[in-house]
Write a protein that binds this ligand. Structure first.
Ligand code: PLP
Length: 390
């Protein structure tokens, strides 16, 4: 309970540095550069002899406020904000890997993450192997002497598979590698990977941290060394920095993060139970249901099940598309992490580019639908889905 109060307070009160105007709501510093009092101060800022802002590719007060607040919520020593979730993963990789290194990545990560590791970093001599996220011995078995990074997303998208962060942290430690967890689905309101032994946390702030589908953003968190010397060093030179406007929107998003995650998770659990009893539904995937294969691990690792519910309808693609097309309120969009409920048919959208065999092996069948539950009244969400399930 005490922990909860602390999280809520941190979400509202960390990273506030009032200006001379005494504003109550955080100020937004839309400026690309900062003014020095004289030549000596400019020189001191550049040598690092004096702390202070120089240029917004390096630091900006609104971005710094967001970084401070998110670091407090994740329990991290350091946080570097980036222009998107993908640039957070890119910045981490560019900072911590070099040609000849090997990466182990769970197979069911975000589609662009797979492309980044295999097609882009592969061209620079970084090799990536993919393993089943929940299969700890498979991670252990795929290690090589040059494995430098283990990368995992939990729960996975769209089947909500849970990877054991404590166990993977131990595997990484034995191998002398770092474990990075993409904490997009849970956010620190539900899961704190650093406390479970992960070295780095990645965020697509675009999703639940903003929570209202307004801006792109990302972050890398962890110990000061890898984050500040590594990731920040890359970012200030290469430039995928977060804009101060987006940082301000995200800063305000954090204020309501736990309330939103709790409310959306509660609705998701009830929706999952309702779907589980529906005669037109073959199977439901939700970490908060006792029928989930890793229910106990989820209970231990996450405070709640999260807002994403996937389910397979009887009748394959035709039946699934009927459910999508019968909705009148739920948004048909590939995004998630919004206060507005969204629905996706993974096999023909987010996972449409992979081969039919690979999809089948991954368990993404033609009847599968993914719903990211928002804040609308649950009865209206159920009614919207019930129409197409009839
Ligand atoms: C969306 C997403 C990303 C990429 O984030 P962007 O902000 O779109 O660049 C990375 N990981 C996960 C799990 C995501 O859902």
């Amino acid at each position: 309970m005490a922990d909860q109060v602390e999280f809520d307070t941190l979400a509202l009160r960390t990273g506030i540095h009032r200006s001379q105007f005494g504003e109550h709501s955080e100020a937004m510093y839309l400026t690309s550069s900062f003014v020095f009092q004289n030549a000596a101060q400019a020189a001191a800022r550049f040598t690092g002899g004096e702390e202070g802002n120089i240029y917004s590719r390096f630091t900006n007060p609104t971005v710094s406020a967001f970084q401070e607040r998110l670091a407090a919520l994740e329990g991290a020593q350091a946080c570097v904000a980036t222009s998107s979730g993908m640039s957070a993963i890119l910045a981490m990789a560019m900072a911590l890997l070099k040609a000849g290194d090997h990466v182990l990545c769970s197979a069911s990560v975000f589609g662009s993450t797979v492309q980044l590791f295999s097609n882009i970093l592969g061209r620079f001599g970084v090799e990536t192997s993919f393993v089943a996220g929940a299969d700890v011995p498979a991670w252990e078995g795929a290690l090589r002497s040059n494995t430098k990074l283990l990368f995992v997303e939990t729960p996975s998208n769209p089947l909500t598979e849970i990877a054991d962060i404590v166990a993977l942290a131990a595997v990484a430690k034995r191998a002398g590698a770092l474990l990075a967890v993409d904490n997009c689905f849970c956010t620190p309101a539900l899961q704190k990977p650093l406390q479970l032994g992960a070295d780095l946390v990645i965020h697509s702030a675009t999703k639940y941290l903003d929570g209202q589908g307004r801006v792109l953003g990302g972050a890398v968190l962890g110990r000061r060394g890898p984050v500040m010397d590594g990731v920040y060093g890359f970012l200030r030179t290469a430039g995928p920095s977060l804009s101060p406007f987006n940082a301000w929107v995200l800063l305000k998003g954090l204020e309501t993060l736990r309330l939103r995650m709790d409310a959306q998770s509660q609705s998701a659990l009830q929706l999952a139970r309702w779907l589980g009893q529906h005669p037109a539904v073959e199977r439901v995937y939700y970490p908060g249901l006792p029928s989930h294969p890793q229910f106990e691990l989820a209970q231990k690792q996450q405070r709640l099940g999260g807002a994403v519910v996937s389910f397979e309808v009887k009748g394959g693609r035709e039946a699934a598309w009927r459910v999508v097309d019968a909705t009148r309120m739920i948004s048909i969009t590939a995004n998630l992490g919004d206060t507005k409920t969204t629905i996706t048919h993974p096999a023909t959208t987010t996972h449409g580019r992979i081969s039919a065999e690979a999809r089948k092996a991954a368990g993404i069948n033609e009847g599968l639908l993914r719903v990211a539950v928002g804040l609308e009244a649950l009865v209206d969400i159920e009614a919207d889905l019930a129409r197409g399930l009839k």
